[in-house]
Design a protein around this ligand. Structure first.
Ligand code: TYM
Length: 330
């Protein structure tokens, strides 16, 4: 049997090159060998304030991007989280399995709330909903970037705890990380991950940036005071990050890229990098615009939700039976 693969991306901003290299690219590369579920996790997005009209647009943008990078609705199930009510249902049950202590230790929660007022309760229980997303489909593998590793560990802990308490119910999933690209850093600060929610747009390359925007952002990306193109993540974190990006979008190894720029300095390297990113993204952007304006995405998402619901209902029935919920006969 093919492994079940599940992953999700929040429609909470413009999708970045980090999302693509850490997650989306993996979705496509496992597609032929897996039963894939790829979700637009809109309920996770509303853990922080979203403008409703913009949220709706971003859901369709993200789903169009799923298709544009190569996810095929005949092979993979593409859907929106809130269209499959079982996510909310199991999310609640997982909240009752998760402990306050372990949720408080999530570094993403700490980072997202530091110095903020009005933090929603949903942001705190976010990882319980994420566990529900994954466990609903009896998932074997979850392709994500490195920043989701802790959430995945918690998901495994919750699955094991549930199975021990209520009997075998869930498959315990494994994380699937890219060897390189699992953690793409900001262009303005190599100590921070590239993020769609960073207030500085120059910190990231967005999948729909124009060639000129991409060239400008890369030419302004921080490097260091040297001029040698060398892969040294400790001493030269910014250049190492650019090398990882270069390698991922060009298909060359890091060593090949270094060789190509031997003795040529950062200026040439950045120009080459910008062209490599532009030519990798151009066909994706072209497909995106065609798909986005075709009006076809809504059908893909409706069909995906129907298929996802079928699988999710089986799990939720089993969960409720095992927990003792509802008025159904045992
Ligand atoms: P989100 O929307 O923040 O990011 C989507 C995916 O992109 C990866 N990613 C990165 N990878 C490499 N470098 C980066 N700089 C970078 N930034 C983001 C993320 O690791 C992620 O794989 N909690 C999830 C959404 C989610 C989910 C799920 C994921 C909800 N339910 C179930 C998997 C399974 C999130 O916030 O992703």
């Amino acid at each position: 049997m093919q492994p079940v693969v599940f992953s999700g991306i929040q429609p909470s901003g413009q999708i970045t090159l980090g999302n693509y290299l850490g997650a989306l690219k993996q979705f496509v590369s496992v597609q032929g060998d897996a039963t894939g579920y790829y979700c637009v996790v809109d309920m996770h997005a509303i853990t922080v304030a979203q403008e409703p009209k913009q949220l709706r647009e971003r859901i369709f943008d993200l789903a169009s991007l799923y298709l544009a990078v190569g996810l095929d609705p005949n092979q993979s199930t593409l859907f929106v989280q809130s269209d499959v009510k079982e996510h909310a249902e199991l999310g609640w049950i997982m909240q009752c399995v998760a402990y306050m202590g372990e949720l408080s230790r999530m570094t993403q929660f700490k980072e997202k709330t530091e110095g903020k007022d009005g933090v929603s309760a949903g942001l705190f229980t976010y990882p319980a909903l994420m566990a529900a997303d994954i466990l609903l489909y009896q998932t074997n593998l979850v392709p994500v970037g490195d920043d989701q590793r802790q959430h995945l560990e918690l998901t495994r802990d919750l699955a094991l705890r549930f199975n021990t308490r209520f009997g075998e119910t869930f498959t315990v999933p494994e994380v699937l990380l890219m060897k390189e690209g699992a953690r793409i850093m900001s262009l303005d600060d190599p100590m921070k991950k590239m993020s769609k929610s960073n207030p500085n747009p120059a910190s990231r390359i967005e999948m729909l940036d124009t060639p000129d925007e991409i060239r400008k952002k890369i030419s302004r990306a921080v490097t260091d005071s040297g001029r040698e193109v060398r892969y040294d993540p400790e001493q030269k974190a910014a250049v190492a990050n650019l090398l990882v990006i270069y390698s991922a979008v060009s298909g060359q190894t890091i060593e090949e890229v270094i060789k190509q720029y031997e003795g040529r300095g950062y200026g040439d390297f950045k120009k080459g990098l910008a062209e490599a990113v532009v030519s990798h993204l151009e066909p994706i952007q072209q497909r995106f615009h065609e798909i986005r304006s075709s009006g076809h995405v809504i059908d893909v998402l409706h069909d995906g939700a129907t298929r996802a619901r079928e699988a999710a209902q089986k799990t939720i029935d089993k969960v409720k039976r095992n927990v003792g919920l509802g008025a159904n006969r045992a």
